[in-house]
Ligand binder design. Structure first.
Ligand SMILES: [Zn+2]
Ligand SMILES: [Zn+2]
Length: 388
C-alpha cells in the first residue's frame, strides 16, 4: 500500500509544487485569502471533491468532501493559507495548505477501494482570528472521525500540547472631574484598571505554574488633570486545560469586579478575540503517524515541545481525535518561523522532498485507521477519556 501511496504522491507532486509557489508569490492576510482559497478549491474540484465554498459563512473558508459511497470513517485534513504582514508566508502556510490538500487528493485515489470519506477543510486566518474556532463551534467536526494537520518547522516533531486561552476585555466607566479643583466629584476609571492589575498580581501567587496572565491598558485616560471616565484593560489568560482556564477566568473577572466596586465605576466584560482551547493530542494516532514517518526514511523526530502559545487547532482537538505535528523544511534549527529565511525555505528541494514524505505518512496513517477498526476504536476511547 505504501508503494501505491508514494506513486500517486509522485504523480501529483508537480501540481503541488506549482500550487505552493503560486500562493507563496501572492501572500494574503487572514480572511483575505481569496486567491489561495480558489487555488485549493479548483484542484480539489478537478479531482472529484464536492465543494462547499464560503463554508459556514467564512468568506475564504471551504469544505471539500470526497465520498467513496462505501462504509468507513470520515477523515479530515486541515489546510491553512494565510500569510503575515510584511514577510508574506513566513509561517509557511503555503506549503502547509498544499500538504493537507495533497494528502486529501492522494487519499481520494484509495477510498473507492478501501471505503470511507475524505474531507479537506480550508481554515483561514490562523495567525489572527482562526476560523477553526468558528467551525468547531458550529459543529463542523461533529461527524469527523479523525483530524490531522502537519505544520512546517525547522525539525520533525511529534504533536504536543498548547495552552487554552481567553482574551478578556474590561471596560470601566466613571465620571470626569477636574483632578485638582474638584476630585471628589469624579469617579476614576483608571483606579479601577490599576487595581485590577494589582488584584491579578496578587492572584498570580495562587495559580498553577503553567498558567499565564498578561495584560495591557489600551485606554488609560486623556490628560493628567482630568479624572478618567473611561478606561480599558485587556488580558490574555492561558492555562493547560480548558477546565482550569474556566476557573482562572472567573477569578480574573472577580479581580476586575472587585476593583470596579472599590472605584465606584461600572464594568463591562467581553471577549475581544476568539478563545482558543488547549491542544489535546491523540497519542494513539500520533504514534501511528510517527512510525509511518519513520517508514518514509525520516530518522530524527523530536518529542513535542509543549508550547506555551495557543493554536486554533486546539478547538478542533476538543471535538474529535486530532494531531497537529511538525515537519522539517529548513534542515537548519537556527531558522525559525515568522522570518524571511523560513519563508524562503518553503521553496527548496529539501522542503519539497519532506512535503512528499509528510503527505505519504499522513495518507498511510489514514489508510491504517480506515482498515483497522480496533485502532479506530482505541483512538476514540482515548479521546473520550482524556481530560480537556
Ligand atoms: Zn505563525
Ligand atoms: Zn503557522
Amino acid at each position: 500500500m505504501i508503494g501505491n501511496i508514494t506513486k500517486i504522491t509522485e504523480e501529483i507532486s508537480g501540481e503541488l509544487i506549482e500550487m505552493s509557489e503560486k500562493i507563496l508569490n501572492r501572500p494574503e492576510l487572514g480572511n483575505e485569502e481569496y486567491f489561495a482559497c480558489s487555488i485549493y478549491v479548483d484542484i480539489l474540484r478537478k479531482y472529484g471533491f464536492q465543494i462547499d465554498e464560503k463554508y459556514l459563512g467564512v468568506e475564504t473558508g471551504f469544505k471539500a468532501v470526497y465520498d467513496s459511497k462505501k462504509e468507513g470513517p470520515t477523515i479530515a485534513y486541515l489546510a491553512e493559507y494565510d500569510a503575515l504582514p510584511g514577510i508574506g508566508h513566513g509561517c509557511g502556510h503555503n506549503i502547509l495548505g498544499t500538504v493537507s490538500t495533497g494528502a486529501g487528493i492522494v487519499l481520494k485515489h484509495l477510498v473507492d477501494d478501501i471505503g470511507g470519506n475524505v474531507v479537506v477543510f480550508g481554515t483561514p486566518a490562523e495567525e489572527t482570528c482562526g476560523a477553526k474556532v468558528e467551525f468547531a463551534d458550529k459543529g463542523a467536526f461533529n461527524d469527523i472521525d479523525i483530524v490531522m494537520i502537519a505544520h512546517p518547522s525547522n525539525a520533525y516533531s511529534k504533536s504536543g500540547t498548547s495552552l487554552s486561552m481567553e482574551a478578556l476585555q474590561f471596560e470601566f466607566r466613571g465620571k470626569t472631574a477636574h483632578a485638582a479643583s474638584s476630585p471628589e466629584k469624579g469617579i476614576n476609571a483608571l483606579d479601577a484598571v490599576i487595581n485590577t492589575f494589582n488584584n491579578i498580581n496578587a492572584l498570580r501567587q495562587q495559580i498553577r505554574t503553567d498558567a499565564r496572565i498578561h495584560g495591557v491598558i489600551p485606554e488609560g485616560g486623556e490628560a493628567a488633570n482630568i479624572i478618567p471616565d473611561y478606561c480599558v484593560a485587556r488580558f490574555y489568560v492561558r492555562a493547560k486545560t480548558k477546565s482550569y482556564l474556566n476557573e482562572l477566568v472567573e477569578k480574573v473577572k472577580n479581580c476586575a469586579r472587585g476593583a470596579s466596586l472599590a472605584a465606584g465605576t461600572t464594568l463591562e466584560i467581553s471577549n475581544y478575540e476568539y478563545s482558543y482551547d488547549n491542544l489535546v493530542t491523540n497519542e494513539t494516532l500520533s504514534k501511528v503517524f510517527t512510525s509511518n514517518l519513520e517508514k518514509t526514511g525520516i530518522k530524527r523526530i523530536f518529542n513535542s515541545d509543549d508550547s506555551l502559545g495557543s493554536v486554533d487547532a486546539g478547538n478542533v482537538s476538543h471535538k474529535c481525535p486530532t494531531i497537529h505535528a511538525y515537519f522539517d523544511i529548513t534542515n537548519d534549527r537556527n531558522i525559525t518561523g515568522h522570518t524571511i529565511e523560513f519563508r524562503d525555505s518553503t521553496k527548496t528541494e529539501y522542503a519539497y522532498n519532506n512535503m512528499k514524505k509528510t503527505i505519504i505518512a499522513l495518507v498511510y496513517t489514514t489508510v491504517e485507521v480506515i482498515e483497522d477498526e480496533v485502532l479506530l476504536e482505541k483512538i476514540k476511547r482515548e479521546f473520550e477519556k482524556t481530560e480537556k
